[in-house]
Design a protein around this ligand. Structure first.
Ligand code: ADP
Ligand code: MG
Length: 408
């Protein structure tokens, strides 16, 4: 059996016309000899009647006390609705189709409601249905705990569902259909001439996704990478080939060098972060302070980023919405933190950065010429991050995109 996982995002399912384009992609797969497993997200975006945010807002006004367990039950309905609509559409066109919830499809997660992690997939039911020649539609974004509780996987979780099923079913490929024609050199919403990346390594896309490129969930990339299953990001409304995400090794075997002379693959941005600075020069016990500060954040479940421990200060960033909590904890421990709210992290990513002189020079030059001050920076062998004021974020992304000649 040749399994193909096809995931359709919320916008692809919003109207009857779009759903007919989606079914065309499914029937094309069948014609090519594949057994398709179709993963669906909730229909629409914020404000639409069956979108995830609409469900959240529905109960938010009633009580702030609703446990995440119940909230997960509620928001898991969005995919049940879109899945049912999809099965009806397929049936109306003469396809034999069946809908499975995450739990019914065998997606077992831990019990971290709202942001659960898939620990195992038991695809027996899916395989049974596929063997009967059915199109199996699976609700994305959700699973079930060992003791039968419905969980959701966090934002972008349907991508993760698709990858997990792809690995469990040893699929030939995982196709992620969305509203853009592939992964681009920057978010097309802020860079007009952003270009589609044809082929790219799992590692680079993982970095881009972790740094804020919301087109694919980083966990989905990590899962596909484990078993080297090709991941393709495409548009349901066009025949463009999209972006192929693969490993460098796999591609070298067919004789192409996918990084070529490309130094920078893309630019990502994450808004809404706060920089925290704790002066340490006059502290009586700096070693104790280092320990206390990061343990304090960890105990409060605040994730920290952009950490820079220097002789005179400890710097790091937190999400804007966790900044007040972080500052209170620090003040209660006797520290005197200062904060810079509303910052953004802008990252340039490329497997080719490593060992290439002058990349940081170009980055600094582009930002200076655009009048953007760098508040902090860090680098790894594939990424250089800078922290800037959020009001400069778009300007920074655009300037870097131009400087590294990423445009069309
Ligand atoms: P879906 O509902 O299909 O999962 P998403 O909104 O999660 O869709 O992802 C698609 C969006 O990701 C695009 O509309 C685009 O604005 C945004 N995006 C951000 N960075 C990139 C990028 N580098 N390439 C393509 N799209 C990007
Ligand atoms: Mg998405």
């Amino acid at each position: 059996m040749r399994v193909l996982v096809q995931k359709f995002g919320g916008t692809s399912l919003a109207t009857a016309e779009r759903r007919s384009q989606v079914t065309a992609k499914i029937s094309e797969a069948i014609r090519e000899g594949f057994s398709p497993v179709v993963v669906v997200s909730a229909i629409g975006r914020t404000g639409d009647p069956y979108a995830t945010d609409t469900f959240i807002n529905m109960v938010k006004g009633i009580s702030t006390e609703l446990p995440q367990r119940e909230l997960d039950l509620l928001i898991s309905c969005g995919e049940v609705i879109s899945g049912t609509v999809m099965v009806s559409t397929l049936k109306s066109l003469g396809f034999d189709a069946v809908l499975l919830t995450g739990g019914q499809a065998g997606i077992i997660t831990n019990n971290n409601f709202g942001d659960a992690r898939i620990i195992r997939v038991e695809p027996k039911k899916i395989v049974e249905h596929l063997k009967e020649g059915k199109v199996v539609v699976v609700t994305g974004f959700q699973g079930i705990t060992e003791d039968g509780q419905v969980t959701t996987l966090g934002r972008g979780g349907s991508d993760t569902t698709a990858s997990a099923l792809g690995v469990a079913l040893n699929a030939e490929a995982i196709d992620i259909y969305t509203d853009v024609e592939g992964i681009m050199t920057a978010d097309p919403r802020i860079v007009e001439d952003a270009r589609i990346i044809d082929v790219v390594t799992y590692n680079e896309i993982c970095q881009l996704a972790h740094q804020g490129a919301k087109v694919i969930h980083p966990r989905a990339v990590e899962i596909a990478m484990q078993r080297n299953i090709p991941l393709r990001i495409k548009c349901a409304f066009s025949d463009a080939p999209g972006t192929l995400v693969t490993s460098l090794q796999a591609d070298m075997s067919v004789g192409t060098d996918i990084t070529g002379d490309r130094t920078i693959t893309g630019i990502a941005h994450t808004p809404k972060v706060t920089q925290i600075c704790i002066p340490t020069l006059n502290l009586p016990d700096i070693l104790l302070a280092n320990k206390q500060i990061f343990r304090g954040m960890a105990l409060a479940d605040i994730s920290v980023d952009f950490i820079s421990v220097q002789p005179e200060a400890i710097l790091y960033t937190v999400r804007d919405d966790e900044a007040d909590k972080a500052v209170k904890i620090l003040e209660n421990m006797g520290f005197n933190p200062s904060v810079v709210p509303s910052c953004a992290k802008v990252s340039i990513v490329g497997a080719g950065i490593h060992g290439v002189p002058g990349v940081m020079a170009d980055m600094a030059e582009a930002l200076s010429d655009a009048g953007v001050r760098i508040l902090q920076s860090a680098d790894s062998h594939t990424t250089i991050w800078v922290l800037v004021d959020q009001e400069n974020m778009v300007k920074a992304v655009q300037a870097l995109h131009k400087k590294f000649k990423l445009g069309a």
